[in-house]
Design a protein around this ligand. Structure first.
Ligand code: ZN
Length: 205
């Protein structure tokens, strides 16, 4: 049995290394600039360090903004009946422009306590919107990757070739290049369906 596995491995590697070129590369659209690029890893979503930095900055700004809103929402006492637009935005996670539009349409009654001192009845907001989700930041955390290598959650290399019309050398090359886990049982190598679908379906035509 062990002998067989070693043989298959050696064979596969030889095959890959002897291939003059890999069938194709994984191309993706950069999430920042839209340029099509060759993804180096499964988690590459940006074409360049520059775009990666832009994305990071955007994420950070969103996080900072969220933290600010949470702080504003926190300081509103539970028993206060009237809230400002700023507080409503923070407490109910609604866009400022949406809120003003609804006020203008008369959907949200307000009282005016002077110039720029619009106050909204909290119960009206509660009627229209759900409270701000506990923490939006929490939602942004990527879920840890869990792979199931049970055969029912996996494709065999042959199945991948058939499904995505790729030759086995290319599949092997991608599995190695993108560090996709695999499991060998007897003559078959199992690779998580999810990772393979993610890899080939995200490809730009
Ligand atoms: Zn880019």
């Amino acid at each position: 049995m062990w002998y067989l596995i070693t043989l298959i491995h050696t064979n596969t590697y030889l095959k890959v290394d002897n291939m003059p070129t890999i069938g194709f590369e994984i191309k993706r659209k950069c999430k920042v600039c839209g340029k099509v690029f060759v993804a180096k890893t499964l988690d590459s979503h940006y074409c360049s360090p520059k775009c990666g930095k832009v994305a990071w900055k955007r994420k950070k700004d969103a996080k900072d903004r969220n933290a600010k809103l949470e702080a504003i929402a926190k300081q509103v006492s539970d028993i206060r009946e009237y809230i400002s637009v700023k507080e409503a935005v923070a407490m109910f996670g609604v866009e400022r422009s949406t809120l003003y539009r609804l006020i203008k349409l008369g959907r949200i009654p307000t009282i005016n306590m002077g110039t720029r001192l619009t106050r909204i009845k909290r119960s009206e907001m509660e009627r229209l919107f759900l409270n701000r989700p506990e923490s939006i930041a929490e939602k942004e955390k990527p879920a840890p990757k869990i792979y199931s290598l049970e055969p029912e959650d996996c494709y065999t290399i042959t199945e991948i070739c058939k499904k995505y019309h790729i030759n086995d050398s290319s599949v092997w090359a991608h599995v190695r290049k993108y560090s996709i886990p695999s499991r060998q049982i007897g003559n078959y190598v199992y690779v998580p369906k999810q990772e393979i679908d993610n890899l080939y379906k995200s490809e730009v035509e």
